[in-house]
Design a protein around this ligand. Structure first.
Ligand code: GLU
Ligand code: ZN
Length: 321
């Protein structure tokens, strides 16, 4: 089924069935690390007879690469990870995110922020802990929604920032158990960028709710985002999914798999003659579902799936198995 996702309203239709999702950002080629997370997400839903939604997270426009969405879908098909709904493209769902922003404005849970990234870096006392940058020092927090009109009249650019509770936050994770996110990782966060587009935090919440996602499986680099998203669910009156953060794949130096570790793109492995079954077998072995790596398809793994056997440590990928 191909659709724009516009048919999904913001009020979710509740069903009892498990619904998982694959939510790639088309910002470049997918590598072995992405494949492992997608495999876990896919098997988790399929092992419960669940459905899979494919959502292309293409609103991060400066980083989105032309043709990358098609490449992601080709990689998923090659891996044998299919989907029942989508692809839905976030860039075609802007009206839905606008409606959510309007709700947040109506209850004064957002305010216009004119700070630049450099302003925030300068004012921040804590080090840069995740990809969102340092916690926001609250410079614009005294503003109210109506102040946006004045800024607009002056032609001043601003983002919309959510008034966060102060933390620390706790949530229950299906893989990690009870997770505590320290207060210094929190702070008011952007839900609408000054460029006029929704921020990841808002789009992901609106979409997961609208698409009826019951379980979010993703890399544990997104743990700090979860308390932000849980606050948005509450503010928008939406039901959150269950979260399941799984370890990332790292290079031999312990850092997240990236270009510096050589070419681990799925397309490169494929061109080098590696079969999807070989890669899936290696990943399944790394998750504790096989005693040794052997070629196997994703479908054949459905009956082997078990979240509890996945090691807690990141998988170190050396490029060979
Ligand atoms: N699009 C994000 C990524 O590829 C995933 C976001 C999420 O799973 O919540 O990193
Ligand atoms: Zn500000």
């Amino acid at each position: 089924m191909v659709g724009t996702g516009l048919e999904y309203g913001i009020e979710m239709v509740s069903t009892d069935a498990a619904v998982g999702r694959l939510a790639p950002s088309p910002t470049g080629a997918q590598h072995v690390g992405n494949a492992r997370t997608y495999l876990i997400a896919w098997l988790s839903a399929r092992s419960r007879n669940g459905r899979i939604v494919l959502r292309i997270e293409d609103i991060d426009s400066p980083r989105v690469k032309l043709g990358a969405a098609e490449q992601v879908m080709e990689d998923l098909r090659w891996l044998g990870l299919d989907w029942d709904e989508g692809p839905f493209f976030q860039t075609q769902r802007l009206a839905v995110y606008q409606a959510a922003l309007k709700k947040l404005k109506a209850v004064e849970l957002v305010y216009p922020c004119t700070c630049t990234r450099a302003d925030i870096e300068r004012a921040a006392s804590a080090p840069h802990l995740d990809h969102e940058g340092p916690p926001y020092p609250g410079t614009c927090a005294r503003r109210c929604v109506a102040d946006a009109e004045v800024l607009e009249r002056r032609g001043q650019r601003f983002a919309w920032r959510f008034r966060s509770a102060s933390g620390p936050f706790c949530f229950d994770d299906e893989f990690l158990g009870q997770v505590s996110v320290p207060a210094q990782w929190c702070g008011d966060f952007v839900v609408w960028k000054s460029a006029g587009t929704p921020a990841y935090q808002l789009a992901v919440v609106v979409d997961d709710a609208a698409m009826g996602i019951t379980q979010v499986v993703r890399g544990d680099d997104l743990v700090p985002s979860t308390p932000r998203q849980l606050q948005l669910y509450r503010a928008l009156g939406l039901t959150p999914p269950r979260f399941c953060h799984v370890p990332l794949v790292v290079g031999p130096d312990g850092r997240r798999l990236a270009k510096r570790h050589g070419d681990t793109r799925l397309s490169t492995l494929r061109e080098a003659g590696v079969s999807a079954q070989e890669l899936i077998g290696y990943l399944a072995y790394s998750c504790g579902w096989l005693e040794k790596p052997k070629p196997i398809s994703a479908v054949e793994l459905i009956s082997h799936f078990d979240l509890r056997t996945i090691p807690r440590e990141p998988l170190v990928f050396t490029g060979r198995w």
